[in-house]
Design a protein around this ligand. Structure first.
Ligand SMILES: Nc1ncnc2c1ncn2[C@@H]1O[C@H](COP(=O)(O)OP(=O)(O)OP(=O)(O)O)[C@@H](O)[C@H]1O
Ligand SMILES: CC(=O)N[C@H]1[C@@H]2OC[C@@H](O2)[C@@H](O)[C@@H]1O[C@H](C)C(=O)O
Length: 361
C-alpha cells in the first residue's frame, strides 16, 4: 500500500480574489481525506498590482526576470506563506507533519501556442518561510513538451470521482471555466471559455460590486441574442480539445452599450452557451457536477442546465467542497510530483505521453 501523507495546496485563481489553501491526507492516488480549508482575500491594492503584473507579463516575450513582476511575486509568496501558517493553526497541524506544499502561484500569462506559461510565486522563498518542502511551477514542463499546461485539476477530479457513476462531467466555473469528462473508461479535459471573468469585469466596470452576487443583476436583465450570437461566432469554440485559455483572451467588448442588467444577463448566457458548445466536443454526459465560485450563482446554474439540457448540480451533491477543490488538487499534485508520478496526460493537456511536472524546493 502506498504511504498516506499530509499535504497543503495553495491556489490563486484567475478571479484574482485571493488565496485558497487546503490541507489533505492522500496517497497521491484515489485515497483523499480533506482536513481543512481557508481562503484569504487579497487587499484591493494588491489586486491592482497583480493586475498590472498580468498586463505587463502579456507584453513580455516569455517568463524571465522583471523588476515589477518579481516584486509582486515576492509579495504574493509572503501572503501565501501567511495562509500556510493560518491553515496550520486552524487545523491544529504541526508543520513537521506536512510532507509538502503544492504552491501553484498566480498565472500572469498563459501562451501555450508560443511555448510558454508563467506562474509567479517563489518556491524557494516559500520553503524558507514555512520550512516545508515545496512543489511549484506545475505547468511549464507540460507546455515545453507541447501540452496546453492546463487544466491540471482533472487528475484530481478522476481520483475523487472514482466511486461516482459515469458518464459524468466535472465543470469548474472559476474566472475561466474547464471541464473534465468521464465516459466508461475514457476521459478528457479542456478549458471551456470564460466562466465568471467577463461577468466580474462587466459588473466591476459599472459599479462598486466585484461580482454579480447570486446572479441578481443578470436575473433582472434580458439576454440580447444578437450580441450573444456575435460573441459565440469564434473559431476557438470549434477547436477540438485539448485547449486552454489566458484570462485576457476574451473581453466584454461585444456587450458595450448595453445596460448593466442586460449586459450581465447576456454575458451570463454566454458562459452557459460556452458550456453547451464544450459538451459538443465530448461523449454524452449524464450529469454535470459544478465546482468553483460560479456554482454560487443560481442564474448561471439555471442557464447552464437550461441551455445544455444536462442535470447540473454543485459538487456538494457528492460530498466535495467546491470552494476547496482546486487548492486540494494542488496538494494532491504536489504529492505526485514528490513521488515522481504523472500530473498530466495526453487526454487532459494534450502532452504526447503521461508526464511528471512541477519543481521541488
Ligand atoms: N454568491 C455568488 N454569486 C455569484 N457569483 C459568485 C458568488 N460567489 C462567487 N462567485 C463568483 O466566483 C468567482 C470566484 O470563483 P473561484 O474562486 O472559483 O475563481 P478562481 O479560483 O479564481 O478561478 P480559476 O478556476 O479560473 O482559477 C467570483 O469572482 C465570482 O464571479
Ligand atoms: C493557465 C492557468 O492558470 N489556467 C487555469 C485557469 O483557471 C481555470 C482554468 O484556467 C484552468 O485551465 C486552470 O486552472 C485550473 C485550476 C487547472 O489547472 O485545473
Amino acid at each position: 500500500m502506498t504511504k498516506t501523507t499530509t499535504a497543503i495546496g495553495l491556489m490563486s485563481g484567475t478571479s484574482m480574489d485571493g488565496i485558497d489553501a487546503a490541507l489533505i491526507e492522500t496517497d497521491g492516488e484515489n485515497h483523499v481525506i480533506p482536513r481543512g480549508f481557508l481562503t484569504i482575500s487579497y487587499e484591493p491594492d494588491f489586486v491592482a498590482r497583480l493586475r498590472d503584473a498580468a498586463a505587463h507579463a502579456l507584453e513580455c516575450h516569455r517568463p524571465g526576470p522583471d523588476a515589477l513582476i518579481d516584486a509582486v511575486a515576492a509579495e504574493l509568496t509572503g501572503l501565501h506563506a501567511i495562509a500556510v501558517h493560518r491553515l496550520l493553526a486552524a487545523t491544529g497541524t504541526d508543520r513537521a507533519d506536512v510532507a509538502i506544499i503544492g504552491f501553484h502561484g498566480h498565472t500572469v500569462a498563459h501562451r501555450p501556442d508560443r511555448g510558454w506559461t508563467w506562474q509567479i510565486g517563489d518556491g524557494a522563498l516559500m520553503q524558507t518561510a514555512t520550512r516545508i518542502p515545496v512543489a511549484f511551477d506545475f505547468r511549464s514542463a507540460d507546455v515545453a513538451a507541447g501540452g496546453q499546461g492546463a487544466p491540471l485539476a482533472p487528475g484530481y477530479h478522476r481520483a475523487r470521482s472514482a466511486g461516482v457513476g459515469r458518464p459524468l462531467g466535472v465543470l469548474n466555473l472559476g474566472g475561466v471555466g474547464n471541464l473534465t469528462w468521464f465516459s466508461g473508461d475514457d476521459w478528457g479535459s479542456f478549458d471551456t471559455g470564460p466562466a465568471n471573468a467577463l461577468i466580474d469585469d462587466w459588473v466591476a466596470r459599472h459599479g462598486t460590486a466585484r461580482y454579480d452576487k447570486d446572479g441578481a443583476i443578470a436575473a433582472g436583465g434580458t439576454v440580447q441574442e444578437s450580441v450573444l450570437t456575435a460573441m459565440l461566432d469564434l473559431p476557438w469554440f470549434d477547436l477540438a480539445p485539448p485547449k486552454s485559455l489566458d484570462r485576457a483572451d476574451f473581453t466584454t467588448q461585444a456587450a458595450r452599450g448595453l445596460g448593466l442588467a442586460d449586459g450581465a444577463a447576456t454575458l451570463t448566457a454566454f458562459t452557459a452557451e460556452t458550456i453547451r458548445l464544450a459538451l459538443g466536443h465530448v461523449p454524452p454526459i449524464g450529469r454535470l457536477l459544478v465546482t468553483g465560485g460560479g456554482r454560487h450563482n443560481p442564474t448561471l446554474m439555471a442557464m447552464i442546465a437550461d441551455r445544455t439540457g444536462v442535470p447540473t448540480e454543485a459538487v456538494e451533491a457528492v460530498g466535495w467542497n467546491g470552494d476547496a477543490l482546486e487548492a486540494e488538487a494542488f496538494a494532491w499534485l504536489a504529492v505526485r510530483t514528490a513521488a515522481g508520478k504523472p500530473i498530466s496526460w495526453p487526454e487532459t493537456t494534450g502532452v504526447p505521453a503521461a508526464m511528471t511536472g512541477g519543481r521541488l524546493a
